[in-house]
Ligand binder design. Structure first.
Ligand code: ADP
Length: 617
């Protein structure tokens, strides 16, 4: 597509260059020809004037012989030898003085009676020249003019003839032959070749020697026969000059071509090619003067102007192409920049949109996170509350046993204190003292029990820390001590004393889990004669494992799937809430551990608690 466009553009430029070159050539040629025409006309006037001057210089000369008595005498008595001699001498002298070619006198029959060249062997004297047109013209019209080539010497010349008359009759004819060679020679140095053609179209004078005695137009046989008769051109070949008309520029002006194959010529001018031929008739003669202005210079000037115009057009075309190319390039760049700007704007818009989206999402996320944190806090608080509630429920269950546990020492305290008083009254200080010591022991025991309970009941933080597992089990067993004793449970307690396992958890919450598990085990074995509880603690694969095993009925198929569900209980109302295992599992999960319940093959249930091992101190 682009290539074909370039091709069309190139063709267009070439056509433009060609047209401008041709146009410039035509205009320059027209102008050149017009200039040449003006110069040519000027030259024509000049040459015509010089020729007229040359001829008119001698025009009067033949007529003046009519004034010469000796000439008249000779014409009256042509056989008078002395008269012939006199006239011959006179004519010789006159010819010499006038600088003419020859002067001679003819009788009325055309016979030469006396001549300036009478001394020369080829003298005209005695010759019959009646065939010459100038003789006939002079005899009929008083004067005659003729260009011709001498019959004896073959010398071209212009013959001026005048009738010589007596008182009433024609006596003869005086002829002066003038050479125009001098004029011709002066023409040979002018700038443009000039030629004079006679009435027959034969070039009789020419600045170019080779053109002389050529014909401007073809001669028919009749004319050639007439030439033979008059011997006007002394039987010269009279070849055609080979002028061919190209264009007519108006009266007397033509564009002609002279063929190179014309007569061989040596000249200072170019003698072939195109010429502007300007001709005019010479007054007083049947001749035509023609100036040939060579068109070569005009042509070469027109060619150089055409070349200049073509080069200028080519430069303009190139400039145009460069400018167009530059503009196209600029347009492309602008379009590219626009596209880039558009893309940039679009990108910015998208970024802005995304930023808005992002900030909205961010805000949403922040809100969600805040909401989640809030929810988690609420959940955590609820869980804490739940744990605490569970603990309080356990304490509630323990309370009967603890109250019973405290009642006994309280009653003992009462008895011991009363007895101590009585012993003091009796003066038995030692027994009173022993009673008081007992009282102090019982108070310590009661303090320990309430201390344990208070410790258990406090709201714990729930944060992980290293907790000695055996110690936690001891505490749990301590809390359940009264119950264990009441139920006469045999506790089998395995704890590696040398390398006590330490778990990462909260001691208080762990105790809560253990109290729950042990409490459930005791519940399961309630009513058994020899209830037996096994506690095992060990370290395994980065965890601390603790097992609480009872010898009760185990976990039934109905119970197992709902074991850790909140509010699932098989116990009668008032004894169980169904929250113990659910809360315990939650506590263990919070520490990153696990709690599972299963049946033992030989009866009873086992609950396995795993907690992360605390890193070595
Ligand atoms: P609660 O003790 O208040 O019923 P738990 O969540 O502690 O609530 O226990 C849920 C249920 O799991 C108990 O009601 C009981 O049916 C069963 N269970 C728990 N521990 C044992 C056990 N050691 N042997 C048999 N069943 C048990």
């Amino acid at each position: 597509m682009i290539r074909s466009r370039s091709l069309v553009l190139l063709l267009f430029c070439l056509v433009l260059v060609g047209l401008s070159g041709y146009g410039a050539y035509r205009v320059a040629q027209r102008l050149g020809v017009a200039e040449l025409q003006a110069t040519g006309l000027h030259r024509l006037d000049l040459y015509a004037a010089s020729l007229e001057r040359e001829i008119s210089k001698y025009a009067f000369l033949p007529g003046t012989l009519n004034l010469q008595q000796s000439v008249l005498d000779l014409l009256v008595r042509p056989s008078d030898g002395a008269a012939v001699e006199r006239v011959n001498a006179y004519l010789e002298q006159l010819n010499e003085r006038a600088g003419t070619l020859s002067i001679f006198v003819m009788d009325t029959r055309g016979k030469v009676l006396a001549a300036s060249n009478w001394r020369r062997p080829d003298s005209f004297v005695g010759e019959d020249l009646s065939f010459r047109p100038y003789f006939r013209d002079a005899m009929t019209a008083n004067s005659g003019r003729f260009f011709g080539i001498g019959t004896t010497r073959g010398e071209p010349g212009y013959y001026l003839a005048a009738m010589l008359t007596g008182e009433h009759e024609a006596l003869g004819v005086a002829v002066v032959k003038v050479s125009l060679e001098q004029l011709e020679k002066s023409w040979s140095t002018v700038e443009a070749p000039v030629l004079v053609a006679d009435e027959n179209g034969v070039v009789i004078l020419s600045a170019v020697a080779g053109w002389k005695f050529t014909t401007l137009r073809p001669l028919d046989d009749k004319t050639r026969a007439a030439f033979d008769h008059t011997q006007q051109y002394n039987r010269r070949a009279l070849q055609p000059l080979g002028v061919r008309d190209i264009e007519d520029y108006g009266p007397g002006t033509r564009l002609v071509r002279i063929a190179a194959e014309g007569p061989a010529t040596v000249s200072v001018y170019p003698v072939s090619g195109r010429f502007l031929a300007q001709a005019r008739a010479l007054p007083g003669t049947p001749w035509t003067l023609t100036v040939m202005s060579q068109l070569e210079q005009v042509d070469s000037l027109a060619q150089s102007r055409a070349a200049l115009a073509a080069i200028a057009t080519a430069c303009l075309c190139m400039l145009g192409v460069i400018v167009a190319d530059r503009r196209r390039h600029l347009r492309h760049r602008l379009a590219a920049r626009e596209a880039l700007q558009k893309a940039h704007d679009e990108l910015e818009r998208k970024v802005e949109e995304r930023t808005v989206d992002l900030s909205a999402t961010n805000q949403k996320l922040q809100a969600e996170v805040a909401e989640r944190i809030r929810a988690e806090r609420t959940l955590r608080a609820a869980q804490d509350e739940l744990v605490q509630a569970g603990k309080l429920a356990v304490i509630g269950q323990l309370s009967t046993g603890i109250a019973h546990e405290l009642n006994q020492p309280l009653a003992a305290l009462r008895t011991l204190s009363t007895n101590a008083g009585r012993f003091l009254e009796r003066g038995d200080a030692a027994t009173a003292r022993a009673n008081l010591d007992r009282i102090a022991d019982l108070a310590d025991r009661m303090g320990r029990i309430t201390g344990q309970l208070r410790n258990f009941a406090r709201r714990s933080s729930g944060l992980s820390e290293p907790v000695r597992l055996c110690h936690a089990i001891d505490n749990a067993l301590g809390l359940l001590e009264a119950r264990l004793r009441r139920s006469a449970v045999e506790v089998e307690w395995h704890c590696p004393t040398d390398d006590e396992p330490v778990a990462m958890c909260d001691a208080n919450r762990l105790e809560q889990v253990l109290v729950n598990l042990i409490g459930n085990a005791l519940d399961a074995m309630a009513g058994q004669d020899r209830p037996r509880l096994e506690l095992r603690c060990e370290r395994a694969d980065g965890v601390v494992r603790l097992q609480v095993r009872d010898h009760g009925p185990g976990l039934s198929d109905e119970v197992q799937p709902h074991l850790f569900e909140p509010f699932f209980t098989t116990k009668p109302a008032g004894e169980g809430l169904g929250l113990g295992l659910a809360i315990s599992a939650g506590i263990v999960r919070d520490f990153g551990g696990s709690l599972q319940g299963a049946n033992q093959p030989d009866g009873g249930a086992v609950f396995t608690l795993e907690l992360p091992l605390a890193p070595a101190p």
